[in-house]
Design a protein around this ligand. Sequence first.
Ligand code: ATP
Ligand code: MG
Length: 256
Amino acid sequence: MVAPGPLIDLVDVHKTLGTKHILQGMTLQVNRGETLVIIGRSGIGKTVTLKHMVGLLRPDRGKVLIEGRDISSYAQEDLDRVRMKFGFVWQNGALLNSMSVGANVALPLREHENLPDDEIRRIVREKLAIVDLHDVEDMMPGILSGGMKKRVSLARAIVRSPEFILYDEPTAGLDPIMSNAINELIVNMKTTLGVTSVVVTHDMPSAFRIADRIAMLRKGRIIKIGTPAEFLETDDPVIKQFVYGEEEGPDEATEV
Ligand SMILES: Nc1ncnc2c1ncn2[C@@H]1O[C@H](COP(=O)(O)OP(=O)(O)OP(=O)(O)O)[C@@H](O)[C@H]1O
Ligand SMILES: [Mg+2]
């Protein structure tokens, strides 16, 4: 049964890491079926926000609700169950260098499904083709370019056809043609499969292409959330500076 309400609901989340108060009352809802893009300056807490959504970090204060359930106090095995619904594309790719490309992409299938080897090979080939990679299954990740690694991690994220995908900088390091292809992939996942996506990006053309809503993170909380059109129309100088790439002073998290 599909629970009503937002798929993900961060409620007044606070998190201090080291000496920095990174999230300072972060409230953000992700609705089922939408593509929500999170923007904000480097070091502001975007990756930290994604990690809270899947229980890799727990809030010091506040709640993280997934389908209405607060996962912030879940035990490890319950978190593992929640995470099975998600696909992730982490910022650094996070491929295992000791395994072939094919084995990396197959990993979520081997962990969570009981499929024959030839079926796994077929699915892996199919997902790699979606990101325009062919005949790379036997290669080791170490010899791939940065952009190719990124696409392998995308293929791995979609290998189990998850309902919900988190992308951390999916187009960073890709050429414009490949960035467009990734944008189209994210849009298609939504329109054809109803996938819910949260995408962290610095790439404003990508944000405007894929977002249903954009959320801007600053000083530990969301300072604006709205449609791409609303972001383009805004008079707020801080948002305009970010969207149009103008210079601004440092925007570091607050020291505690
Ligand atoms: N495990 C950790 N321990 C201590 N500090 C951390 C930890 N993880 C993140 N931080 C700090 O939290 C801040 C936010 O980090 P985060 O990775 O979320 O930034 P970001 O917005 O994703 O930046 P970028 O756009 O550069 O990826 C940074 O100052 C970072 O150094
Ligand atoms: Mg980051």
